[in-house]
Design a protein around this ligand. Structure first.
Ligand SMILES: Nc1ncnc2c1ncn2[C@@H]1O[C@H](COP(=O)(O)OP(=O)(O)OP(=O)(O)O)[C@@H](O)[C@H]1O
Length: 614
């Protein structure tokens, strides 16, 4: 029980006792006439209907403290039935009730809160004494309001408060500044980040309108249009701010607006820096691409290995100039191919490409070959003379292969023509001006030859303006599948249905060291294409040096046969391969193959049949 107020002047006066409930078993007076009784009953029903429609509990107690009437709400509040209360002592049903006080004192009272242990209900009651015409106390009337309604309200308030606290905690830990305004644009909420940007405390912020220039306009537009606004950029002092605003709508009515403000000064600086870096990266990417993208003339040079690409890039760069290029590399590595690509992608591409193998000819012949001769220059000289390779290459490229094999005498001759770029035929009198680009190639160690006095240093520097070194195939075995594929297509009879190579055979190619470089690989593929059955090159179609070469025996069989299988199967495969090989090596002569295998005729033909060898 709590709170207790007494009001002396509040009394309800009745002329006579009236029936309040039709179920009442009480006798309200003797000799009541029939029509009066009916009227009373109507009045009673009417009154009951009114009282039952109230959302306030009503309880009437007579002077004997018996409960005479309760309305529906009173029964609902206490979860009781009419039968269980009517005529009962009010103190029993509602211990601690204020009715007793009122009946004893005749003074009305109001209590803030009473909780009845009997029913569990907590109520806020108002007790009023009832007196008759002579001012005699005849009972007590209570109006009762269930306290639950207030409780629910206060619980709601509490939960709203806790939601607010939670949101405040979250909002205060956000980097974004958040500010809420009412419909007049007055700040009603601001988080810590907002206070920080403003450099003010909450009290000041709440007193004032929105801080930043432009922010008020954004808020007002949001309130006016009841629509959120994105992507507003504001500049304040040295800050760049991005603002998003939302209207706060309650029951379809705009009651305020929230602005979320992000300081994007750092982001913008970083974005600008990133843009600059991206541009730079793009620029360098293009530069690298330019370096990597080789002229189409270089497409004939197959291989993707980095070491080859690097050299081809140098060659391609030199190609666009007219400088002399020296190509170094082993035999068959592709020096001439590169020289041709340089020529083809140079401005001289429409001019001639003349190749001379300097190792193939003796001095006298090489001299006339390079410089030409006039009629009668020597015995046997052709009538009308013959132009030399320099002359022939005029306006184009002269490729001097095997330059390291040139004699010192010829080196001197060559040096002279390279210095003057003028040609005088042997036995001739006329000097011809030359426009020839010279590309030289060698597999020799020229530097050592200079040291040993076998090659002229001055010639070396004349020729070696740009040096391209072609890597050996064994240094770029990754190119073997690509090269094999290229040569298979080149040597297959049918372009649509080229000969292919088995995995095992390709493995053998990759294991081999290729002393003859790409030329050797090309020859091997050309030869194997001839022998390949069913359109597939198998290990036994490859030359024996590839699979009998440097490998130990076990390694060999594993490579030839492929993956591990049951022994019997392996033996059979081995036997089949050995027979095929023997036949191939015997040039398809079966008797010789039989002999080499040391098999009887019967055993040999039995095995041919068994392995389906034709
Ligand atoms: N990367 C390659 N792609 C395609 N074919 C190649 C490649 N390299 C070499 N070849 C081929 O190999 C053969 C030998 O090449 P090339 O004559 O250019 O070699 P080289 O280094 O000049 O040899 P040598 O020193 O014996 O004169 C040619 O048939 C050539 O087409």
């Amino acid at each position: 029980m709590s709170g207790n107020g007494m009001c002396k002047d509040s009394k309800i006066k009745v002329d006579s006792m009236k029936v309040l409930h039709q179920d009442s078993k009480h006798n309200f007076g003797p000799n009541v006439p029939q029509d009066a009784l009916e009227r009373l009953l109507y009045q009673n029903a009417f009154l009951t209907a009114i009282l039952d429609s109230l959302d306030v509990g009503v309880c009437f107690v007579n002077k004997e403290k018996e409960i005479i009437y309760v309305n529906k709400e009173q029964l609902n509040i206490h979860n009781l039935t009419m039968e269980s209360v009517l005529g009962k002592q009010v103190g029993e049903i509602f211990p601690g009730t204020g009715h007793i006080d009122v009946l004893e004192t005749g003074i009305s009272s109001t209590k803030d809160e009473i909780q009845f242990n009997t029913t569990g209900a907590t109520v806020r009651p108002k007790y009023t004494p009832i007196v008759d015409g002579d001012n005699n106390l005849i009972g007590s009337l209570a109006f009762v309001k269930a306290i639950e309604d207030y409780r629910e309200f206060s619980i709601e308030v509490k939960s709203i408060k806790s939601i607010y606290e939670r949101f405040s905690l979250i909002f205060n830990n956000l980097q974004e500044a958040i500010v809420a305004v009412d419909t007049m644009g007055k700040v009603v909420y601001a988080n810590s980040a907002y206070l920080q940007i403003c450099g003010e405390d909450m009290e000041n912020v709440l007193k004032n309108k929105l801080k930043f220039e432009g922010l008020g306009t954004i808020a007002m537009n949001t309130l006016r249009n009841a629509k959120s606004i994105n992507d507003n950029l504001l500049s304040s002092k040295d800050m760049q701010l991005e603002v998003i605003s939302f209207p706060i709508i309650v029951d379809e009515e705009v009651v305020g607006c929230i602005c979320i403000i992000r300081d994007i000064t750092v982001v913008q600086t970083l974005t600008e820096r990133l843009e600059r870096t991206t541009h730079m990266a793009e620029y360098f990417k293009k530069q690298i691409y330019r370096q990597k993208a080789l002229p189409t003339a270089f497409e004939t040079i197959i291989g993707n290995s980095a070491c080859l690409k690097e050299q081809l890039t140098i060659a391609a760069k030199a190609a666009v100039t007219s400088c002399r290029v020296m190509i170094r590399g082993s035999n068959g590595a592709g020096k001439e191919l590169i020289a041709r690509a340089i020529h083809a992608s140079s401005t001289r591409s429409t001019g001639p490409f003349i190749a001379v193998n300097c190792a193939a000819l003796p001095d006298a012949l090489l001299e006339s070959e390079l410089f030409g001769y006039d009629e009668g220059a020597f015995t046997g000289a052709k009538k009308g003379g013959k132009p030399g390779k320099f002359e022939l290459a005029n306006g184009g490229t002269l490729f001097l292969d095997e330059i390291g094999d040139m004699s010192v005498y010829m080196q001197a001759k060559l040096l002279r023509i390279l210095q003057n770029m003028e040609n005088e035929r042997i036995g001739g009198t006329k000097v011809q001006k030359l426009d020839v680009r010279v590309i030289s190639a060698t597999n020799r160690d020229l530097e050592q030859m200079i040291v040993d006095g076998q090659f002229r240093e001055d010639l070396y520097y004349r020729m070696n303006v740009v040096m391209v070194t072609v890597p050996d195939l064994k240094e770029r075995k990754g190119d073997i599948p690509m090269l094999s594929d290229y040569f298979l297509k080149k040597y297959s009879k049918s372009e649509e249905d080229p000969i292919t190579i088995s995995k095992e055979a390709l493995e053998l190619l990759e294991l081999y060291d290729w002393p003859g470089n790409v030329r050797e690989l090309e020859n091997v593929i050309e030869r194997s294409v001839v022998f390949a059955e069913n359109g597939v090159i198998q290990p036994f179609h490859l030359p024996s040096n590839l699979w009998l070469n440097d490998f130990e025996e076990e390694k060999q069989s594993v490579v030839i046969i492929g993956n591990t299988k049951p022994l019997e199967e392996l033996v059979m495969e081995c036997e089949k391969q050995a027979i095929k090989r023997a036949i191939l090596e015997a040039g398809n002569n079966k008797s010789k193959a039989m002999e080499a295998l040391q098999l009887s005729r019967r055993a040999f033909y039995y095995k041919l049949n068994k392995y389906n060898i034709s």
